[in-house]
Design a protein around this ligand. Structure first.
Ligand code: ADP
Length: 483
């Protein structure tokens, strides 16, 4: 795989602590989900190295925190420029370990870089407050200070963007970071660290450990020096790690599972709705936490939507992300395929019918055909849990009140989408849906300038936007009595 890179030195197989690459004889393999081939072997780090990484982050903190915001901003801006300059290499690495089509990987690198740019700018705006005092001699000033050392754990579905969305705001405001990327996709993380070093981010400010996830997680959630823990991943793991953080009362941000409803009302622009459903459902082969998981279609337009969607989906080209023009890559692993198979079987048992797809493709790699099902019951398993795969399941509804009930059922509250041209309905739905993000006549909601995050059990806190830095800042009151 190094042969694919203009800069072969971006490929690393070791942890990154205190500006040093930490190798070990004990190793784990990173595979390409398109054909299960081994693309790299990576040093297996654990508890001891994570403690060392926290030591390094602790040593680096005073100087990094003391820099003028503008100096951190300039450094982050350089990191951003380097990420874009090496975008093609990063995208190839990302596709090799994660599977998404190369064009999507390039899109993710641009998206990942956009967080670094945004937070380089926001670094300068950690403004405080001056509050009129309650008496003639009182002066109240609120200052914002970096929380300190940040522990971060990220998933495999966006191996670049989930990292920059956490690391960039943390570094921008003066925190130092110990990151554990997913062991399925650590190579993109290491390459980002190579570029961070080149950008002039000092040793110890940004550290990466990968390997024994539970052991690393124990340090990041248990070490009292880590003051903030930020996690993106599955809901059960997020809950378990957040509970551990209670022991040392860490600040916690969580981006957990979604189970996004996408609702098409009879007054929608149907072409636009189909377009949005394609984007919201099939991006990253259905493996994003904001992917439409259940598509509610009004009975008056149900058959038209089902057929139009099935026609579009049947045209999607499935194949290896590095193998030429493809629209849908493989799923991440065998377990991911099995989950889609379970959801399809369950929907079938409940009366659903497959219009297109409905089966694995080939026996090498992890390909599942993009699928459309109709007649899916509102009680289907996929209405309760995330599929995380290329299954578009259409559930029929007959009234606004009914579909609000359907949509708000369950414990997830990350993203929801609806299509309508009725301005009053937009307000009613906008206020009624219990979700952190609503796509209204659009299937794409993610941008660095807007707050990303969930309600209910989908998470705590927001990433991106000007809200994104608040997660890494403490508020301190200076209450002064003057003579
Ligand atoms: P998914 O793989 O479905 O995205 P996970 O929650 O399993 O969700 O993975 C998200 C991140 O959490 C990954 O970096 C993974 O290694 C990490 N992780 C999983 N289990 C643990 C654990 N027990 N302790 C620490 N990190 C964990």
């Amino acid at each position: 795989i190094a042969d694919l890179l203009g800069r072969p030195d971006l490929l690393r197989g070791a942890g990154y602590i205190d500006g040093q690459w930490i190798d070990r004889d004990d190793r784990f393999d990173v595979t390409n989900p398109a054909d299960d081939s081994v693309i790299a072997s990576v040093a297996q780090l654990g508890r001891a190295e994570t403690v060392r990484a926290v030591d390094a982050a602790e040593r680096a903190l005073p100087a990094w925190r003391a820099l003028p915001a503008k100096a951190r901003s300039v450094t982050l801006r350089r990191w951003h420029d380097l990420i874009l300059a090496h975008g093609d290499d990063l995208a190839r690495l990302l596709t090799a370990e994660q599977g998404k089509p190369l064009a999507e990987a390039k899109g993710e690198i641009a998206y990942a870089a956009s967080f670094v740019e945004w937070f380089a700018e926001e670094a300068k705006r950690a403004n405080g407050d001056v509050i009129p005092g309650p008496t003639a001699t009182r002066r109240l000033v609120v200052v914002k200070q970096p929380v300190g050392i940040v522990g971060a754990i990220t998933p495999w579905n966006f191996p670049a963007a989930m990292i920059t969305r956490k690391v960039a705001p943390a570094l921008a405001v003066g925190c130092t970071v110990v990151l554990k990327p997913s062991e399925l996709t650590p190579l993109t993380a290491f390459a980002l660290a190579v570029l961070a070093d080149e950008a002039g981010i000092p040793a110890g400010v940004f550290n990466i450990v990968a390997g024994d996830a539970p052991a690393i997680g124990e340090v990041l959630t248990g070490d009292p020096r880590v003051r903030k823990f930020t996690f993106t991943g599955s809901t059960p793991v997020g809950k378990m790690l957040a509970a551990r953080c209670a022991g040392t009362v860490k600040r916690v941000s969580l981006e957990l599972g979604g189970n996004a409803p996408l609702i098409i009302f009879p007054d929608a622009d149907l072409d636009n709705a189909i377009e949005g459903a394609m984007a919201a459902k099939f991006r990253n082969t259905g493996q994003t936490c904001v992917c439409a998981n259940r598509i509610y279609v009004h009975r008056d337009i149900y058959d038209d939507v089902a057929h139009a969607l099935a026609e579009r989906v049947a045209l999607l080209r499935t194949g290896a992300g590095l193998g030429g023009a493809t629209d849908a890559g493989p799923l991440i692993n065998r377990a991911a395929i099995e989950k889609v198979e379970r959801h399809v079987a369950d929907a079938r048992a409940g009366g659903g019918r497959v219009l297109t797809g409905g089966a694995r493709i080939g026996d090498r790699g992890n390909f599942y055909a993009p699928t459309v099902m109709t007649g899916v019951s509102p009680d289907a398993l996929l209405c309760r849990e995330e599929t995380f795969g290329p299954l578009a399941a259409l559930v029929r509804f007959h009234s606004e009140a009914q579909v609000i009930d359907y949509a708000n059922s369950g414990s997830a509250g990350l993203a929801a989408y609806f299509y309508t041209r009725d301005a009053s309905r937009i307000w009613r739905m906008g206020e009624a849906l219990d979700y952190g993000m609503l796509g209204i006549n659009t299937g794409l909601i993610s941008t660095e300038v807007a707050p990303f995050g969930g309600m209910k059990e989908s998470g705590l806190g927001r990433e991106g936007s000007h809200y994104g830095t608040a997660e890494f800042l403490d508020i301190k009151l200076l209450c002064q009595e003057i003579a």
